[in-house]
Design a binder for this molecule. Structure first.
Ligand SMILES: [Zn+2]
Length: 471
């Protein structure tokens, strides 16, 4: 196949053409969610852009295998032995067991992904499934002399590496300032950046999940799960590792340190990082309290597709600033766009020449460091193009394999003419009906359909999900 897909590789700090280990195939890994709370829309920006990357690679002809972990074992704010066990904190807050919390928020995460048309990776593996693999890797690292036991914990020895700061031209000192924010001195460490591979001694009393190990009963460090889970499903060579920019240090740096020390060779050639979503006061985070979720946007009357389009209109490497004002503008633009597309007829034959030339333009935009805003501009250009509707519609359906904006299936807002409050009510009812069907309570599902019908709203189950219309 023709090889021209380029994107910015954080490892080399260059836009590069990808050359996978196996021709035509891409082994791709995504750091998954920590499931102790809902994902906020800032986290979901990364997943949206990684979804576009996967679909774009498929669009240009690659066979992609994508793996993602679920962090369901005590994950700290840093890899130091401080702070609270977030899973346990979540469980206490909601009077549930840790595993119930993990399951609940894993489901919630995938519900959000579904609303945003984010494809589920080919393999999704919870960290708690892989304890023997973690222990094995720690054993090998100890045997090879890359790790040491101190104070009951096993640490990775960063002084054994010729180049620990693989990603950065920053000085060691600058990086340490960043780390020091949330790290208390750990007297067991030989070097400042050494990190825990396996804990048996923890400062917080009751870490909920623990396992037997050669070093005593304990639990894995933060970074080891991504190295093990990716190798379990993708082997010793990976092509693309994705994550948010805040994963670069220390998480991805430590993943490389332990993986390459374990394997004895280079592990992953391309690193893809998505920048932050900010609000006016700075980076969005869970710890700020009132954080934005997809459900909250829906309650406020926004179609999740509007948020997806908002993300796609910006380049993944740039910070993106969220405001309701910008989202309102996006909502209007999205409404107009789907209305225009809904007005296209399907008559006539597809003009093959026009189809091929637009497909090439679209593919070039994706191959050019994933220029998603250009890809959307091409949709607008196409609508103005002097060609028949059948060609336009065929192309838009083809583009939407990557954009995933429901361009040909969305309800056109203007034709619906319902207010935001009624729409939110309808969406809540559709969601309630979905839950009822999932619980096999078909009587309730039918009752909800009747209730909506009584208000003049008809719903229809389609392959793309539930669609509704005003009668
Ligand atoms: Zn990871």
């Amino acid at each position: 196949m023709e090889n021209k897909f380029q994107f910015y590789n954080t490892l080399t700090r260059k836009v590069e053409t990808i050359i996978p280990h196996e021709e035509g195939k891409i082994a791709m890994y995504t750091c998954g969610p920590t499931v102790y709370h809902y994902a906020h829309i800032g986290n979901l920006r990364s997943y949206i852009m990684e979804d576009v990357l996967e679909k774009a690679l498929r669009y240009v002809g690659y066979d992609v295998k994508r793996v993602m972990n679920i962090t369901d074992v005590g994950h700290l704010s840093s890899d130091a032995d401080t702070g609270e066990d977030k899973m346990l904190k979540g469980a206490k807050r909601e009077h549930k067991t840790v595993m119930e919390i993990a399951q609940f928020y894993t489901d919630a995460f995938f519900d959000d992904c579904k609303k945003l048309n984010i494809k589920t990776p080919d393999v999704v593996e919870p960290a708690t499934n892989c304890i023997p693999e973690f222990i094995h890797m720690v054993e090998v690292l100890l045997e090879k002399g890359f790790a040491y036991v101190a104070g009951g914990n096993v640490y990775f020895d960063t002084s054994r590496l010729p180049d620990y700061y693989v990603f950065s031209s920053q000085s060691e000192k600058e990086l340490l300032v960043g780390v020091r924010d949330d790290v208390e001195e750990d007297a067991n460490k030989k070097n400042k950046n050494d990190f825990v591979l396996w804990f048996t001694k923890s400062k917080f009393e009751d870490q909920a999940l623990k396992w037997e190990s050669p070093w005593g009963v304990g639990y894995p460090g933060w970074h080891i799960e991504c190295s093990c889970i990716s190798m379990k499903h993708l082997g010793e060579y990976m092509d693309i590792h994705c994550g948010g920019v805040d994963n670069i240090f220390p998480h991805h740096t430590n993943e490389i340190a332990q993986s390459e020390s374990y394997l004895g060779h280079k592990w992953c050639n391309y690193w893809f990082h998505v920048n932050h979503l900010n609000d006016k006061s700075g980076k969005m985070s869970k710890s700020k309290g009132d954080f934005l979720t997809v459900s909250l946007l829906q309650e406020k009357g926004y179609d999740p597709m509007v948020y997806r389009m908002f993300c796609l209109q910006s380049h993944y490497r740039k910070p993106l600033e969220f405001s309701y004002e910008v989202l309102d503008n996006m909502s209007a633009a999205y409404g107009k766009l789907v209305k225009k597309i809904a007005e296209l007829g399907e008559d006539g034959a597809v003009n093959e020449q026009c189809f091929a030339s637009y497909r090439e333009r679209f593919s070039d935009a994706l191959c050019n460091d994933m220029n998603t805003s250009m890809a959307i501009t091409i949709v607008y250009d196409l609508l103005k193009e002097d060609t028949n509707d059948a060609t336009k519609l065929a192309l838009i359906k083809d583009f939407d394999r990557v954009l995933s904006l429901n361009l040909t299936t969305a309800q056109s807002k203007e034709s619906q003419s319902v207010d935001a409050e009624l729409e939110a009510y309808i969406l809540a009812k559709i969601e309630e009906r979905k839950e009822a069907k999932k619980a096999k309570d078909f009587a309730k599902a039918d009752a909800i359909r009747e209730e909506l019908l009584a208000k003049g709203i008809a719903i229809k189950d389609t392959r793309e999900g539930v669609v509704w219309s005003v009668q």
